[in-house]
Design a protein around this ligand. Structure first.
Ligand code: AN7
Length: 355
């Protein structure tokens, strides 16, 4: 494993004091964390907010928030002598695990639901050289198998049931408090396996304890309507949604999500695929932010609450969890391309444009 040149960047360097590191933990990095927090003037009015800030977790090295927790989980696995890691995944966890395993020179086994992972994420798992097992079942079944396999074989489990993942992911809450000088009033976030909402809540609580924030945000989690077990209060056997990243019917951190909701006075609600895709298109067309569909669920939720008159000003942060390049098929289906053929000359292009 090589080290980064110049001033070291990355979650293990920036946030060492709030992570479970020892002298023996390898200081692994692909330059994760420290992602932009940009204001969305176009969307804050539509939501009925005074300020809406977007945390661009899509800017992490493998294109999703998973890198924050994965760098900690993989570093700790290597520290403990593991030669291989395993995860079940709807795509982003596997892309991230595969990247950090490649960087450490260890093996990575990924269990993905057959035919349900977006093309870009599969391309990443392939490129990073992971061993890919397409299971005949959904994410929830794949995670059950991964838990049992890693209990039986000398392979480290790097799903978010691994507390090192949560520890790494909580660093995003610290970055937000640092950037805004306080916690926001609301945090909007997509919920799938519910590790991220659990990690953010832990992070915001620690920020308040350490005096980095004066208050806690209300945690607003959004599930896709066809995969909304926490909203329904029961497992969903056959989850369905265009937002394949959050096509999860039995979240591992269910309890973490309901605690975040209840302790913060927040909510966990459902947004339909149409609402998710509306937010997906708005983020691209109005803000120049190309995210994957699941990432738009938080903004979809704020837009919905805004329309219902349930947001009265205040400052919110929405977490944009993954890059739009991950799911080119949904992009092609959602955006009608405006493409005109032209000859490769000035006159040819002018003619095509009608100039
Ligand atoms: C873009 O990769 O579960 O509630 O296996 O990829 O912490 O699960 C991905 C989840 C939101 C939900 N946005 O976060 C996986 C996986 C994107 C995601 C979520 C995921 P959690």
């Amino acid at each position: 494993m090589s080290v980064a040149a110049g001033k070291p960047r990355g979650v293990l360097f920036r946030w060492a004091e709030i992570l479970p590191l020892t002298e023996k933990t390898p200081r692994l990095t692909l330059g994760e964390g420290d992602t932009p927090l940009v204001r969305s003037v176009a969307l804050e009015g539509l939501c009925g907010l005074d300020e809406l800030w977007l945390k661009l977790e899509s800017c992490n090295p493998t294109g999703s928030f998973k890198d924050r927790g994965m760098v900690v989980a993989v570093a700790k696995a290597v520290e403990s002598g593991a030669k291989a890691i395993m995860c079940a995944s709807t795509g982003n966890t596997s892309a991230s695990a595969a990247a950090y395993a490649a960087r450490c020179g260890i093996d990575c086994f990924v269990l993905v639901p057959g035919g349900k992972v977006a093309a870009g994420k599969m391309a990443q798992a392939v490129a990073f050289g992971s061993r890919i097992l397409e299971v005949e079942g959904n994410f929830d079944q794949a995670l059950n198998a991964a838990r049992e396999l890693t209990a039986k074989h000398p392979v480290a489990l790097v799903n978010s049931v691994n507390p090192n993942r949560i520890a790494g992911q909580k660093t995003a809450a610290f970055e937000i408090c640092e950037a805004l000088g306080d916690a926001p009033g609301l945090l909007a976030i997509p919920v799938g396996n519910a590790g991220n909402i659990t990690a953010y809540w832990q992070g915001f609580c620690e920020c308040a304890e350490r005096g980095l924030a004066n208050a806690h945000p209300r945690m607003m989690g959004f599930q896709a309507a066809g995969a909304a077990p926490i909203v329904l209060g029961e497992k969903v056997e056959r989850p369905q949604t265009v937002a394949s990243a959050i096509r999860i019917g039995n979240p591992a951190s269910w309890k973490g999500a309901t605690s975040a909701r209840d302790e913060s006075g927040g909510l966990i609600a459902a947004v339909t695929d149409e609402e998710i895709l509306e937010a997906y298109r708005l983020l691209a067309r109005r803000e120049g932010l190309f995210v994957e569909p699941a990432s738009a669920a938080g903004v979809a939720g704020l837009l919905k609450l805004g329309r219902e008159g349930r947001l009265r000003g205040g400052r919110a942060v929405a977490v944009l969890t993954g890059n739009g390049l991950k799911d080119p098929d949904t992009a092609a289906a959602q955006h009608t391309p405006d493409i005109t053929r032209a000859e490769a000359t000035v006159e040819g292009v002018e003619r095509a444009l009608g100039w």
